[in-house]
Design a protein around this ligand. Structure first.
Ligand code: URA
Length: 451
């Protein structure tokens, strides 16, 4: 398979994509077969990247209607693998987050739901730029295998009720090929392109229910509230068009989630929450997402009943045990989870302190995320190496009171540009004389259009 413009381009395909660009630019609807041909031609190297980039940019500018969006989603999945979750038995759910800074919610919610005897299969990605990725966080755990083939996943889910694996390019080849191009052509932040990209992978997984966590706020993929709402609604409708029951929440990313930002630091926070620590911002969001998942498996559950189940799964230790059992099932060394001090750490910890008294008005998640990148907890290019022990611990949240000299955040580092990271962290905090209202953790919950 080739999609970089390797000389196998052909003139018929080239003419097809040109006329598709012209039609879209002129506001005409594209046919389903036309969209399929464009994606298929690119995936098979019959059109070069620059033509596909023009097509994606035109779609990003002009949008897609509902029929076109479903056709693009189908085209992304075409020719790819599909999971066979009937081999797991029973209801199997999937969860997706559009990501952000300190977003470790999946690692808490999935074992909670599994401990309530509802199976979960989740494919996760790596981080890029200011936002972290679940796969990077999990790779802090020695021995843990995330690149499982489907045949290896089914027995793990049958045994421990959950699996988290790295995203397979084989599931939605059209998305895989075009995503790399979007990444370098400024066409990631497009509602139809994001929706088709995410939902195509969910269609290929084929779970019985999907819960979407769409972030809004300065650290989110789509920061603007109205646009993020539109993204959530578009994805719900698109999932429904494929018969996929999907519920979702619009959750806050106007400040980092919880305290820990960085790979092993976040794993430690996950373990703390699974042991019952109610980390502000994290626990409330986990409870709502677990509720939506439990209700997807059993629509008769009231909110109070679902919350009671999730709370019991944590209080009884069942969710924590489930997480450890899953880590062992995929080859991870559970001793490092039982003794988190064995996880990767940092040689240096630098406190960032308040230079005036007041109330924390802003903790800019992009600046915090970029501070973490500059000490190698995240990456700016796909091939950049990571330091799993570095990152940031955010000590104060919006609405907290601080006095001069009190710690706002800590920079944990071994390597990288600690000076730049420190400057970014200092700029991330805005302290005011008036106490601001903290933002809600959950802005809105969305129901499935499919009953
Ligand atoms: N995540 C995806 O999988 N696709 C996008 O387009 C954006 C985020």
């Amino acid at each position: 398979m080739s999609h970089a413009g390797t000389g196998t381009e052909n003139s018929g395909a080239s003419a097809r994509i040109q006329s598709s660009v012209v039609d879209k630019r002129a506001g005409r609807s594209l046919s389903g077969p036309g969209i399929h041909a464009v994606v298929d031609d690119f995936v098979h190297g019959r059109v070069p990247g620059y033509q596909m980039a023009a097509w994606l940019a035109t779609v990003a500018c002009r949008g897609l209607d509902r029929t076109e969006l479903a056709a693009l989603t189908e085209a992304y999945v075409a020719g790819g693998e599909r999971l066979r979750l009937e081999r797991v038995g029973g209801v199997v759910l999937d969860k997706h987050s559009t990501g952000g800074v300190g977003d470790k919610l999946s690692l808490i919610v999935v074992p909670i739901v599994a401990a309530c005897d509802v199976a979960v299969v989740k494919m996760s990605g790596r981080g890029l730029g200011h936002a972290g990725g679940t796969v990077d966080k999990l790779e802090s755990i020695p021995g843990l295998r995330l690149g499982l083939a489907p045949e290896e996943m089914y027995p793990v889910v049958r045994r421990v009720g959950m699996t988290i694996v790295s995203q397979s390019a084989a599931l939605a080849p059209g998305d895989d090929a075009t995503y790399a191009l979007r990444d370098v052509t400024g066409t990631v932040e497009s509602i139809p392109l994001i929706a088709a990209s995410i939902i195509s992978k969910k269609v290929a997984v084929g779970a019985d229910g999907l819960v979407l966590d769409v972030k809004t706020g300065t650290g989110a993929l789509i920061p603007d509230h109205a646009m993020a709402t539109r993204l959530a609604e578009t994805m719900l409708q698109l999932a429904g068009d494929f018969g996929l029951r999907c519920r979702g929440a619009l959750t806050d990313m106007s400040q980092p989630l919880g305290h820990a930002v960085g790979n092993a630091l976040e794993i430690k926070e996950v373990l703390a929450v699974l042991r019952g620590e109610q980390v502000p911002g994290v626990w409330e969001a986990c409870l709502v997402l677990a509720r939506l998942m439990l209700q997807s498996a059993d629509p008769a559950l009231t909110d109070a009943e679902a919350d009671a189940k999730a709370e019991k799964a944590v209080a009884s230790g069942a969710a924590y045990d489930r997480f450890l059992a899953w880590i062992s099932a995929q080859g991870g060394d559970r001793r490092v989870l039982e003794q988190p001090a064995l996880l990767p750490g940092s040689r240096h910890v630098l406190p960032i302190t308040a230079d005036r008294p007041g109330w924390v008005r802003t903790v800019d998640p992009r600046k915090v995320g970029m501070a973490a990148v500059h000490v190698k907890a995240g990456r700016l290019s796909h091939s950049a190496p990571l330091d799993h022990g570095s990152g940031v611990v955010v000590a104060r949240r919006v609405g907290d009171r601080v006095e001069v000299g009190e710690t706002l955040a800590e920079l944990h580092y071994n390597d990288g540009d600690a000076g730049l990271a420190t400057r970014l962290l200092t700029q991330a905090f805005d302290i005011d004389d008036e106490r601001p209202a903290p933002p809600p953790v959950i802005h809105r919950v969305f129901d499935s259009p499919v009953r």
